[in-house]
Ligand binder design. Structure first.
Ligand code: AMP
Length: 600
């Protein structure tokens, strides 16, 4: 969504950002006042505020909730009751989040006014990148954006993902031709394969104008480059002949591409063929789009597993993780685009919502206990409780450096003290606005017996193991895991899809090294895991290597179940048996940890 401002707006945008962050505390208080003024009379809030708009009363009385707590209100609105039971302004539609509640997508209300605000603020990323990269206004973004078909609630309200809403909006449709190489029709095409093919084709046709590469999440860019690996011959043939493949049947795509693919261009086809025909795809993005100054995709949190792969494909082009947000709220943007992808922090925007932060503490080992909150079990426990044993959140002004927090939002659109479920670490401040590193989603854990392994711990352990593979020329492209409990004792199973740097063909894996990787993962897990392994309450960790394309099949599986390709996040830990089956069908080799001693 970058590159939408003209040069003059860039200076205004930066100034606006500076003012926002400078006045962070005051703006936060104003935001809460405004939310309460507007919504105190709703059925939901009047239970706690009895018609008053006092901020302290709100904090004393309104409970900290999860989606399950507000679901009855959401369901009533979805079934036809007026939305003012939850928020005063009429809702325009529901945003479908990638999280689910009892297998159903979470529905987040949105108003027309709030949608405008959310998307306008996202353009604040532009002045930041323009400060660091020159000449962006002279070219276009090679975008890989997708939309998902919407649905309707029984009362006729539209349900769409936030990105679909944005890409279908008039403002995006108006600006897209100036900023993206992808014609809007290719972005709006509901067939993802046709859409991806046409976006890559138009990106290649305009390769000399491309100044940045963009997808919402790193996983989508990784998927698109793999798609290019499988289709470059055909793409080059289209460019050589000037004719689009017959299987592109979507009329919008055909029309739009034909206005760019206007003639046979054998020179361009030769140049691309020469680059793609190389055995190694190291630096392929830089070679194909030589003027690209940066890659714009979220690569923090679960997306950090794609950093090595995107670095490999990027050939030194900086990876910029632009912003942190969710269907519920936009949270912050990255003010240091050149920071190491592993160290990205997001500066919270105080005007987006009212933010509170629940201090959480990582109770590892024997101290590990169930969360204080219903329905969420993890190793994170709340640190600060009041006399009644309730957790006390802190506000913008009282967060402490180095402390971990779970973020809680109160929005203009009907979420009051709502736990987003993300754990963040405070790393600094920009003026008076806190900067946070994303740590993990709170409720994603692998679990057997007493052990609970968090997403962040698993990412770290796998990061240690994959470093062992890299000198041998392998990159871990993506991974997932599940707890295999059908036999006793149960064990953790990892699925890895590997790429050999030197060639598209993967040589035979050395069993000893793969077993060492299993041991490194086990050694990197916490004390509880190691104790349980030593006591034989958890069996040896298993590593299943899958063939090229297996994780694409997993993404297709989730997309077929209703996930949006734009918002898709490869699950670190899989709970669905069907999804495990998809990965199992691609297994080519299995390895077990030979490790037996853990605590000596
Ligand atoms: P959704 O509501 O489907 O868009 O998903 C939102 C969730 O995606 C957030 O709550 C985070 O868990 C994750 N997410 C979004 N942006 C980032 C980011 N920059 N880094 C890490 N995780 C993110």
């Amino acid at each position: 969504m970058a590159d939408q401002m003209e040069t003059k707006d860039y200076e205004n945008g930066w100034k606006f950002l500076e003012e926002l962050t400078e006045n962070g505390h005051r703006i936060q208080e104003q935001v809460l006042e405004e939310i309460l003024l507007r919504n105190a009379g709703t059925e939901y809030l009047s239970r706690f505020l009895h018609g008053q708009t006092d901020k302290q009363l709100f904090k004393n009385n309104a409970p900290i909730v999860t989606y399950e707590d507000i679901k009855p209100y959401i369901d009533r609105i979805a079934n036809g009751e007026t939305s003012n039971i939850l928020l005063a302004d009429p809702i325009s539609e529901f945003i479908q989040s990638s999280g689910t509640s009892g297998g159903q997508p979470k529905l987040i209300p949105i108003t027309a006014e709030n949608f405008e605000k959310k998307t306008l603020e996202l353009t604040l990323v532009d002045p930041v990148v323009k400060k660091y990269f020159d000449g962006l206004e002279k070219g276009k973004t090679m975008s890989l954006f997708f939309v998902k078909k919407g649905s309707e609630t029984p009362s006729g309200l539209t349900v769409r993902t936030l990105s679909s809403c944005y890409f279908m909006s008039d403002s995006f449709k108006k600006s897209a031709p100036k900023i993206c190489t992808s014609p809007i029709e290719t972005i709006l095409c509901l067939d993802h394969k046709q859409s991806m093919y046409c976006q890559l084709l138009t990106g290649l046709l305009q390769r000399d104008h491309v100044v940045s590469i963009s997808s919402i999440f790193g996983s989508v860019l990784a998927r698109s480059i793999k798609f290019l690996e499988d289709h470059w011959n055909e793409l080059c043939s289209n460019i050589r002949t000037g004719c689009l493949s017959d299987w592109i049947t979507d009329p919008g795509c055909r029309n739009a591409v034909s206005s760019i693919l206007t003639r046979p261009n054998p020179e361009l086809a030769d140049a691309i063929e020469h680059i793609c025909g190389n055995e190694s795809w190291e630096g392929i993005i830089k070679k194909l789009w030589p003027k690209a100054k940066y890659i714009n995709s979220v690569i923090t949190g679960t997306m950090s597993q794609y950093i090595s792969l995107l670095d490999f494909y990027g050939g030194g082009i900086p990876l910029v993780s632009p912003s942190y947000g969710s269907s519920e709220s936009t949270f912050g943007i990255n003010l240091n685009p050149l920071s190491n992808p592993h160290d990205v922090s997001y500066t919270f925007l105080p005007n987006m919502a009212y933010f509170e932060f629940l201090p959480v503490d990582k109770d590892g080992g024997e101290n590990a206990r169930e969360s204080d909150f219903d329905g969420v079990s993890s190793q994170w426990s709340s640190e600060i409780t009041n006399a009644n044993g309730n957790v006390e959140p802190v506000n913008f002004a009282n967060v402490k450096l180095g402390q971990y927090y779970e973020v809680v939002v109160t929005t203009f659109t009907g979420l009051y003290r709502y736990r987003v479920g993300d754990v963040l670490k405070l790393t600094g401040f920009h003026k008076n606005s806190p900067q946070f590193q994303f740590v993990e989603r709170r409720n994603t854990v692998l679990s057997i017996d007493m052990d609970k392994t968090s997403e962040a711990d698993l990412l770290k352990a796998i990061g240690n193991a994959k470093r062992h593979l890299e000198p041998l020329g392998f990159i871990l492209m993506t991974f997932s895991s599940y707890a295999e409990t059908s036999s006793i004792p149960g064990r953790y199973v990892l699925f890895w899809e590997l790429k050999f740097k030197e060639s598209t063909r993967c040589p035979k894996l050395d069993a000893k090294i793969m077993e060492q990787c299993c041991s490194i993962v086990e050694e990197s897990l916490d004390f509880t895991y190691k104790s349980l392994r030593e006591a034989n309450k958890i069996a040896a960790l298993e590593l299943r290597v899958v063939k090229h394309g297996t994780f694409d099949a997993l993404m297709d599986f989730y997309v077929s179940k209703g996930a949006s390709i734009n918002q898709y996040k490869t699950p670190c830990c899989i709970k669905s048996e069907e999804a495990v089956k998809v990965l199992n069908s691609g297994v080519v080799e299995k390895f077990f940890s030979p490790k037996t001693v853990f605590l000596s």
